[in-house]
Design a protein around this ligand. Structure first.
Ligand SMILES: Nc1ncnc2c1ncn2[C@@H]1O[C@H](COP(=O)(O)OP(=O)(O)O)[C@@H](O)[C@H]1O
Ligand SMILES: [Mg+2]
Length: 316
């Protein structure tokens, strides 16, 4: 960890915790005067693995306390399912850093530096203005369902725009309120993408959140399902799959899901376990059947969501 601490202290002063999730802690960091000369003046966001961050905070406390450590224990609440072990964390963060940097446009923050030593790692990125959607749902001004739906529509639109000219398939893979950053009047932004399933054949698993991906879908399908679940959550006032512990179709071997479901099996799983008529009986049949298709149709993508969006909204 020495390298990480030394590099960190030489470059940044960590002033406060912006947020924390299942894997990392994100700090508001100010470049030190020596670092400022080379890389600009602006404060940035610095994400460090949780264990590394706890050690870092301990080290700071032993000397002078520089920031409020209470923030460290602020958890936005997520239910991540994956196969990542402690030692894999730097790999995971490296792949995440690379993926964020690989997105064109402004959907993700710009990323700058990455460092790792032993089981710990950190990377720096643009600090996004605004707040994550979970915090906005809990603490923010009340927004009507249609205002939230407009935020999600914009997100699907941005993902579709990124993917419309064939080329690489840009997807997030772990969409949930904690990873969506909003600011009134500004474009919606994303943080914390899932890494590629089966990266480099190494034993790095992909994490995702069962409550927003109950069938354990991959890539763009995971996003379509997560946005659908989020719409249902906004309609219901709670996540319909909050009690789920494992993805319904997952078969985790050394790396990634190997079991694939046929369309028929998906439909059966959906009917048995994800039953929309049971979850939202009051929803008009027309929008329920579209939401059901978004949840379980194997070939449904961002474009299908955009096409049928208005039909769902008219019926809710
Ligand atoms: N670049 C950023 N700018 C502003 N806030 C951020 C940024 N990155 C993360 N956050 C905040 O920090 C929280 C945790 O970061 P995240 O990358 O999602 O960590 P984890 O992998 O542990 O879930 C997010 O939910 C969000 O509130
Ligand atoms: Mg997160």
């Amino acid at each position: 960890m020495l390298l990480v601490y030394d590099e960190l202290c030489a470059r940044y002063t960590l002033e406060r915790v912006i947020g924390a999730g299942g894997e990392g802690v994100v700090f508001h960091a100010v470049p030190t005067s020596s670092h400022r000369a080379g890389s600009g003046e602006h404060p940035i966001a610095l994400k460090m693995d949780s264990a590394g961050a706890a050690q870092y905070v301990g080290k700071q406390e032993a000397g002078e306390t520089r920031f409020d450590t209470k923030g460290l224990y602020f958890k936005t609440g997520g239910y991540t399912y994956g196969s990542i072990k402690g030692g894999d964390i730097p790999d995971v963060m490296w792949h995440q850093y690379r993926r964020i940097g690989g997105f064109p446009g402004k959907l993700f923050p710009e990323v700058y530096e990455f460092a790792s030593a032993g089981p710990h790692a950190w990377y720096t990125m643009e600090e996004l203005p605004g707040t994550d959607m979970r915090r906005a749902l809990v603490d923010g001004p009340r927004r009507h369902f249609r205002q939230w739906a407009a935020v999600l529509h914009e997100l699907v639109e941005q993902l579709w725009q990124l993917n419309r000219n064939s080329g690489p398939w840009y997807w997030h893979g772990d969409i949930k309120p904690e990873n969506i950053i909003i600011l009134d009047g500004a474009p919606v932004r994303l943080v914390d993408p899932a890494i590629e399933p089966n990266c480099d054949g190494a034993h790095v698993g992909m994490t995702f959140t069962v409550q927003y991906n109950p069938l354990g879908e991959e890539r763009g399908r995971a996003d379509v399902v997560a946005i659908t679940v989020l719409l249902i959550e906004l309609l219901l006032g709670e996540n319909p799959y909050r009690d789920l512990k494992f993805p319904l179709r997952a078969c985790y071997c050394s790396s990634w899901i190997t079991a694939k479901m046929t369309e028929q099996q998906r439909l059966e799983a959906l009917r048995e376990r994800l039953s929309l008529p049971r979850i939202i009986p009051a929803l008009p049949k027309r929008s329920r059947s579209i939401l059901e298709r978004w949840l379980c149709g194997s070939s449904i993508g961002y474009h299908d969501m955009l096409r049928d969006w208005d039909a769902v909204m008219r019926a809710v």
